[in-house]
Structures are given as structure tokens and as C-alpha cells.
Design a protein around this ligand. Structure first.
Ligand code: M6R
Length: 613
């Protein structure tokens, strides 16, 4: 993970770097640092903790430089500390480097360097790579660019690296493999970042750097080469994100802002695709691989975390509507367990960031075995989007809160569209149901708006009542089971309360032993085919003195009569109910986190984009 920024131009680099690091803090916040080229020397300032701690530390120090690089860290090798913070100096002190990724063969490289007399000021793999580069530069008497190229041919792992060299006062050398790097083109300036957010205030023209590419970046020049030293013409793209989309806009936290953006982001994800009036779905990505999908042997959904929960719901929906076998795989398991894949399989990779390392490698492997890859991704131009044969973007806009909210509901919206379109093409859905689901789906943005307006205050009170609980159980059946998992994940991430999601009926096979008067049990119990069954499950919890909080459909007096507290959502077709049921659970987690005084936008130990395995 980690966030990286860089600037070369004619303005002061430091404020641009700090501002960029704040925008990238969602990628990691164990430490932060900058390296500045003052024209005469390299100055490195770094500090354990968030970017704010770095700012305090740098206050009053020399920041007179128009070239610099910056880093916000999510620790992999070495504990969060000042000494393990980036940037690192090379042994000579002539080069400074930042790194996002993992160098897997660092131990071997390090022992070679130690034998040559190199010493290390940190426990990081990154410092090993830096000194490996310096060693090549010295031994071959070559340029830094050449040394980087030679070094990277021996490196196993994933990286984005940015380097500045005392002898090159106007240059940043950058390279990538497996971690994201964007370069923004300004007016006699260039901006570098893990994503485009640090450069949005300055330029809309960007180049997404590909794996095994190396960039030589100067104020007036961007040279792109491959590792064979051949020039590549940069492909300049225009960003269509506005700066306001990555700011808090009056909300206390990004997470709350993003929860409240959902009526719009779901609408945006459906816009131009769902035409309920004329009963039509337009999805060019599905059209592109229509025959593959209709005749697919299996659809395999590969994802991690919240995106995996979206995939699990899609399994229920696609099997129900399209009658295609679906498997949902944790990307981290799928990539290592030698799965049987054929050219009749279609892989749907679900990812907000489009950069999750496990998902990326899982689809890379599946592609090699002949599968067709469909990417469902939020970040435009991300690695997964680029690796896919076809795909659809969720139009959730930048998601900054580390806990995913609006990206999840946008994923569900587009997955529903995919399932409905394939079912229609495959003729596995009758026209009445198709029209009903299209009509109901079109109403979802308004229904979510209703939940936010009508339930927010009540959910805040429920959150205050249960904020001191030690554990939570989340239960749901059928289409609502993935929402029970997602509700539990959200609570864990934001409040650090232990929470488990379970199929409501499976609860009798173990977790029921946890139930006593201190255990809040959240039931996702909207009106559906399993309603009577889940009412029985609620009775079973009440009989053991558990406290029941239920997500219920409007007008459901049965569950409302049994539960201690309820969160009400509008009645909708049961297939679509999950996209509504999750919203109260997001608010519940948010308010419990706030009640406990926690940093909900940057929960401990987490990072937004998991670009390491
Ligand atoms: O960017 P991705 O959707 O691929 O990320 C997957 C997970 O890392 C992510 O959903 C994670 O679980 C979130 N913190 C959930 O809130």
C-alpha cells in the first residue's frame, strides 16, 4: 500500500507534497516523510504517525526546494517508526528514495550488500533496494536511470519507486511494477502520485504508467522508457474528477459524506444504463463478451473484503436470474490454490481501487489459463480495469474513507444490471419479473435518500445505546446474508468491536453459545421469502435474552414487535433489498465509532488500497 507523491517544477515543492500526502493518507498512515532537493543538497524529513505529525516536525526547517518526493506509509517490513519511515538515504547520502510495494528477494540482496560493507539505518526492504541501485551505479559508473533499470531486472516483487539524486537537481526517476503510478502534466511542472488526487488542483492531464516502465521526469520533460531502454510515447488522458469530489464538503468525516452521497452515486452508476421506461439495459462491457457470458461454464467472482461481499450477493442473484453456475473466491486463496480454469469461464473481478494486489494477480493467472476477465472497478484507469477484457465502471466517485460504503452500493447496483442484462439475453427471466426489477431498481436512489433522512437520528441513538458492547452478531438469510457479513465487517473496521456475520439459521450450530443479555444481535430481516424463518431465529435469540436490533421493512409489525430496536427501510423486491438494508448498518457502525472517539476515516492498521499480498 503506501502513498507516494512527487513534484518537479518552479514552485515550492513542500506544500504541494504535504497536500498530496494528506489526500493519499487513506493508503496508509503509519509514518510520513519528504525528501527535498534544495539545489545543493538533499534534505530528508520523516516522522512516525500521520502527515500532521510530519508537518509539526518540519515547521521552521529549510524547505527551499522546487523538487521533492513524499511518502505516507503502511508498514510491511519493520514497525512503524521514524527510522523505518520513508524516504531513505542511500549509504553515500547522494540518493533518496520512496517505495510502495514489497521487494520479495530483499533478504538475498541485503546479504550481498552487507558483504560489500553496506549498512542499513532501517528494517525495510526499500532501503535494500535503494542501496542495491546505488551499488550498481557506483560499480558500473553509470547514470541513476541506468542503475535503476539494471536493478529492477533482478528485483522480485512489486514496487513504485521515486528517486532523487544530489547530482540531478531537476529530476525525479520513477518506475513501477504492480503498484499504481500516475504522472500529471502541469505548466512547466510534473506531479507524481499513487492516484490522481494529489494533482487534481493543478492539472487534469495525466499519464498512467504501466508495469516495467521507467519515467525520467523534469519540469519541462517527461521521458518514458521500458526496461529495455526503448522510448515509449506517453498516453495522455483527461481526468473528469472535480476537486470537490475528494474534499469533505461540510461533513465531519469522509465516511459520513460518502454514506450520504449514495443516492447520487447509485443514480450515477445506473445512469445511461438502466432505462426502466423502455425496459432496456445498456452495458457495452457486457455486450462485448455477451456470447461468452451466455454460454459460460461458470462465472467466477474474485474479490477481497467488502468487494467480496458484493460478489457473494451477485452469486445469489446471477444463479437465481441467469441460471449460470457462480463461484465466489477470495482472491488471496484463488491465486495460490491452483484452481481449474478453462476458456469457458468468465471471471468477474470486483474492486473499488482496481489495485488490490491479490485480485490483480488472481485475474492475471486466470487470464493466462484462457478465462475471459470482466472488471467491475471504481477507479478509472486502474490496473484491474486495464487488465480486463471487458468491464463496467461503478460511478461512485473517489472513495476516501477507508471503510467502503458508497463503492459497495455502486457495485451492487452494477452487478444487478449485469445479472438482469444477462438473464434477459439468455431468456432465463420472465418479462414481468424483468420489468418489475428494472422499475424497483430505478427507485433505489430515492429509497436510500428516504432511509438517510428518516433513520439517521434514530440510528445514532441506537448506536449510543450499544456502543460499549464487546461483541456483536450479525445474522441474515438468503439475499440478506452477504449484508450480515458486510455489516459485521463495517463494525469491526470502524469501532474495533469484535463482530461476526453468520447465516441466521447456521447460528444454531455454534454461535448461539455466545448469546446472553450482553450480546447485541443485528438481524437483517426485511420482508422476503424467508421472513417467517428469520422471525423464528429472532425468537430463538430473544428466548436466550439476547438484545435484538433489526433492519425491517416498512410496515413489518411482527419483527418490530419482537426487536429491542429497529431500523426501517422501504419495501422493495427481495432481490434488491440488500442495497437498502446495508445503509442503516453503515450508519450504525459510523455512529458507534464516533461514540467511541475513534478516527473513523483512518481506522488503525488498515489502508484503503491493499497493494501488497
Ligand atoms: O479496492 P478493493 O475493493 O479491491 O478493496 C478490497 C478490500 O480491501 C476492501 O473492500 C476492504 O475490505 C475495505 N476496508 C472494506 O471496508
Amino acid at each position: 500500500m503506501c502513498g507516494i507523491v512527487g513534484y518537479v517544477g518552479s514552485n515550492l515543492a513542500y506544500p504541494i507534497l504535504i497536500d498530496g500526502l494528506k489526500k493519499l493518507e487513506y493508503r496508509g498512515y503509519d509514518s510520513a516523510g519528504v525528501a527535498l532537493h534544495t539545489g545543493k543538497a538533499l534534505e530528508v524529513y520523516k516522522k512516525e504517525g500521520k502527515v500532521a505529525a510530519l508537518e509539526d516536525y518540519v515547521y521552521g526547517k529549510n524547505i527551499q526546494a522546487t523538487v521533492g518526493i513524499g511518502h505516507t506509509r503502511w508498514a510491511t517490513h519493520g514497525v512503524p517508526s521514524d527510522r523505518n519511515a520513508h524516504p531513505h538515504y542511500s549509504n553515500s547520502g547522494n540518493i533518496a528514495m520512496i517505495h510502495n510495494g514489497i521487494i520479495e528477494n530483499y533478504a538475498q540482496l541485503k546479504s550481498e550488500l552487507v558483504q560489500k560493507g553496506y549498512t542499513f539505518a532501517s528494517d525495510t526492504d526499500s532501503e535494500v533496494l535503494l542501496n542495491f541501485i546505488e551499488d550498481i551505479k557506483i560499480n558500473n559508473d553509470c547514470s541513476l536511470e541506468e542503475a535503476v533499470r539494471i536493478a529492477l531486472k533482478r528485483v522480485v516483487g512489486a514496487y513504485v519507486i521515486l528517486l532523487i539524486d544530489q547530482d540531478l537537481p531537476d529530476t525525479i526517476i520513477a518506475a513501477r511494477k504492480g503498484s499504481p503510478l500516475v504522472i500529471g502534466i502541469g505548466n512547466n511542472a510534473h506531479y507524481l502520485g499513487s492516484d490522481a488526487s494529489p494533482m487534481l488542483a493543478y492539472t487534469k492531464e495525466v499519464v498512467y504508467i504501466n508495469d516495467y516502465e521507467l519515467a525520467i521526469v523534469r519540469p519541462d520533460e517527461l521521458i518514458l522508457k521500458n526496461l529495455g531502454n526503448e522510448r515509449i510515447t506517453p498516453f495522455v488522458q483527461k481526468l473528469d474528477i472535480e476537486l470537490a469530489a475528494i474534499e469533505k464538503g461540510g461533513y465531519d468525516h469522509f465516511m459520513l459524506k460518502e454514506i450520504f452521497e449514495q443516492p447520487q452515486t447509485i443514480f450515477d452508476s445506473l445512469r445511461g444504463r438502466l432505462d426502466a421506461e423502455h425496459q432496456h439495459i445498456t452495458l457495452s462491457g457486457v455486450d462485448k463478451i455477451k456470447e461468452k457470458l451466455i454460454h459460460a461454464n461458470r462465472v467466477i467472482i474474485v474479490a477481497c473484503g467488502t468487494s467480496w461481499h458484493a460478489g457473494l450477493l451477485a452469486e445469489y442473484v446471477i444463479e437465481e436470474l441467469c441460471r449460470i453456475n457462480v463461484e465466489v473466491e477470495y482472491a488471496s486463496e484463488f491465486r495460490y490454490r491452483n484452481p481449474i480454469i478453462t476458456d469457458k469461464d468468465v471471471i468477474i473481478a470486483v474492486s473499488q481501487s482496481g489495485e488490490t494486489a491479490d485480485t490483480l494477480v488472481a485475474i492475471e493467472n486466470a487470464k493466462k489459463q484462457g478465462a475471459t476477465i470482466f472488471g467491475l472497478v471504481n477507479v478509472v484507469g486502474s490496473s484491474i480495469a486495464r487488465m480486463s477484457d471487458a468491464g463496467a465502471y461503478t460511478h461512485a466517485g473517489p472513495e476516501i474513507g477507508v471503510a467502503s460504503t458508497k463503492a459497495f452500493t455502486a457495485q451492487l447496483a452494477v452487478l444487478y444490471l449485469i445479472a438482469l442484462k444477462v438473464a434477459y439475453e439468455k431468456q432465463t427471466i420472465d418479462k414481468t419479473l424483468f420489468n418489475k426489477l428494472l422499475g424497483d431498481l430505478a427507485k433505489v436512489p430515492q429509497y436510500v435518500q428516504d432511509i438517510l433522512e428518516e433513520q439517521d437520528a434514530a440510528i445514532k441513538e441506537i448506536a449510543n445505546k450499544y456502543a460499549d458492547a464487546r461483541d456483536f452478531l450479525y445474522l441474515g438469510r438468503g439475499f440478506n446474508f452477504p449484508i450480515a457479513l458486510e455489516g459485521a465487517l463495517k463494525l469491526k473496521e470502524i469501532s474495533y468491536i469484535h463482530a461476526e456475520g453468520y447465516p441466521a439459521a447456521e447460528m444454531k450450530h455454534g454461535p448461539i453459545a455466545l448469546v446472553d443479555e450482553n450480546l447485541p444481535v443485528v438481524f437483517v430481516a426485511t420482508k422476503d421469502s424467508y421472513h417467517e424463518k428469520i422471525v423464528s431465529n429472532i425468537q430463538e435469540i430473544k428466548a436466550r435474552k439476547g438484545q435484538v436490533i433489526a433492519v425491517v421493512s416498512q410496515g413489518d409489525n411482527v419483527v418490530a414487535g419482537l426487536a429491542d430496536d429497529v431500523m426501517v427501510v422501504p419495501q422493495i423486491h427481495e432481490i434488491l433489498a440488500p442495497i437498502l438494508s446495508v445503509v442503516p448498518l453503515q450508519l450504525l457502525s459510523y455512529y458507534i465509532g464516533i461514540n467511541r472517539g475513534l478516527d473513523v476515516d483512518k481506522p488503525r492498521n488498515l489502508a484503503k488500497s491493499v497493494t501488497v499480498e
